[in-house]
Design a protein around this ligand. Sequence first.
Ligand SMILES: [Zn+2]
Length: 66
Amino acid sequence: MNQPAPAAPALSPAQSTNSPVPRFVLAAITCPRCEGSGRLPQFRHVEAGRCFRCQGAGQLSVGRVA
Ligand SMILES: [Zn+2]
């Protein structure tokens, strides 16, 4: 079980010297599934209608690289 590591991809730490820490922008958007209500009346038979997309929060946190 001591296999050699596969060839590393072209990415190496030395290549990202100009921006060592990627910047992430966190934004909260209204859940498109429940439109911010956190509930889905048509799914009230499942977990009391809690939106499975946002877990009932009504908003989704999306992160993207700036
Ligand atoms: Zn939702």
